[in-house]
Ligand binder design. Structure first.
Ligand SMILES: C[S@@+](CC[C@H](N)C(=O)[O-])C[C@H]1O[C@@H](n2cnc3c(N)ncnc32)[C@H](O)[C@@H]1O
Length: 382
């Protein structure tokens, strides 16, 4: 058994992202194949408790305390640090140890595991906040909403699953950015989201395509660019490409971008439901924007870009392009999360072609750059 485990770990260490995912799926299926019906029930009914206990530990900074301590941490030590009840802390820590999140090294004493180190990273914790506080209530609401609406694909931006769950009629981003802590977590989470994947800047031929581009013209407009992590990555990869680089978003992310993008990037508040003010750019780059929107709203966003295009301009949709069969877990997860969050969806190439075609655009090419997540650049033009 030990040598079998060592062999699997070795295999994983040198595997590509796709091969490692396949290995994880195989191990998952192996686990399911030896579960009894009661095991399956216990696993499923405690999924929320698993997350809730991790969230409590993150709120208390327990994982970082354990990671920062040069020796295993006792309950007394952790309780004193946070003025918490040792009995309460002990119950939570023992549950986390039983899940393998931390390791019990002695009575009432705990140390880190690889899982602890993964959860100690600030951008990962931002993701936990986003999903615990924003997504989880929507997942909880999903079965009720779908039953009540007769199992129709949700399409409302202001009365979807998210709005019912959070008892609001604001659209999701107005709600998210309406609270500074939520907005900061969301913007920070965007750094971790797909952070393990290669970026499109490694594979899409930006440098070749923009050879000879006039330096006074806009080169790259990051539309809905958030706090600017992609713009910063673009600038890092292509520091010397000629032309203006512009980051656009709503006020809160544009403010947060101050500390993320280099000073020669223009930061601009722009609502993408209004006409694009930067005309004739080489690239209008939209990463994970249209997956947040129904077809109807996506057409409005695209239609607001079309009058700004010149013949060399391209709209680059940095998005998932779903295969038509055997869609993997990260992609199906993302698809249903988009439904719960925005009444929107992830799309196949056929769906992208139909969407962009509706506003008079054509797909010029599709560059798949991160197969593990089906991430591609869909380049569209006139
Ligand atoms: C999923 S995030 C993607 C952010 C960024 N493109 C990235 O990939 O890191 C969607 C972004 O769209 C922005 N957004 C939402 N509604 C917008 C609007 N009406 N105008 C401009 N940006 C908007 C949000 O603030 C958020 O930063």
């Amino acid at each position: 058994m030990e040598s079998l485990i060592a062999k699997i770990q070795q295999e994983a260490a040198s595997a590509s992202y796709v091969a490692r995912k396949k290995l994880l799926d195989t191990l998952r299926d192996l686990q399911y194949s030896i579960e009894t019906p009661e095991d399956a029930m216990q696993r499923v009914i405690h999924m929320n408790l698993h997350f809730a206990s991790i969230k409590t530990a993150v709120d208390l900074n327990l994982f970082n305390d354990i990671l920062d301590n040069s020796e295993p941490s006792t309950i007394e030590y952790l309780a004193a640090k946070h003025d918490a009840d040792p009995q309460l802390l002990g119950r939570i820590l023992r549950y986390l140890a039983s899940l393998g999140v931390i390791k019990e090294t002695d009575r009432d004493t705990f140390a880190a595991t690889p899982y602890t180190s993964n959860l100690g990273k600030p951008e990962i914790q931002a993701g936990l906040y986003v999903y615990f506080d924003m997504c989880n209530p929507t997942y909880q609401e999903m079965p009720h909403y779908l039953a009540e609406t007769g199992y129709k694909d949700p399409t409302s931006f202001t009365d979807g699953i998210f709005q019912r769950a959070h008892k609001t009629d604001l659209h999701t981003f107005a709600w998210v950015h309406g609270d500074p802590a939520r907005s900061a977590h969301f913007n920070h989470f965007m750094k971790a989201q797909r952070g393990s994947q290669v970026k499109c800047f490694e594979l899409y031929p930006f440098d070749k395509e923009s050879e000879g581009w006039p330096s006074e013209k806009p080169l790259f407009v990051d539309v809905g660019g958030g706090a600017g992590y992609q713009t910063a990555a673009f600038k890092e990869k292509f520091p010397n490409l000629p032309g203006r680089v512009v980051l656009q978003d709503l006020p809160e992310p544009v403010e947060d971008a101050k500390s993320v993008v280099p000073s020669d990037v223009e930061r601009m508040v722009h609502n993408f439901f209004e006409p694009q003010p930067i005309k004739g750019a080489k690239y209008y780059y939209l990463r994970m924007i249209l997956h947040d929107h129904t077809d109807e709203n996506s057409k409005k966003i695209l239609a607001n870009l079309v009058p700004a295009l010149e013949k060399d301009s391209l709209i680059l949709l940095d998005e998932m392009v779903l295969p038509t069969r055997h869609v993997d877990e990260p992609s199906t997860q993302a698809d249903l999360t988009m439904m719960a969050f925005h009444s929107s969806m992830e799309r196949s190439e056929e769906q992208w072609a139909k969407l962009v075609g509706a506003v008079g655009l054509k797909i010029k090419k599709v560059v798949l750059y991160a197969p593990g997540f089906n991430l591609s650049v869909v380049a569209c033009g006139l």
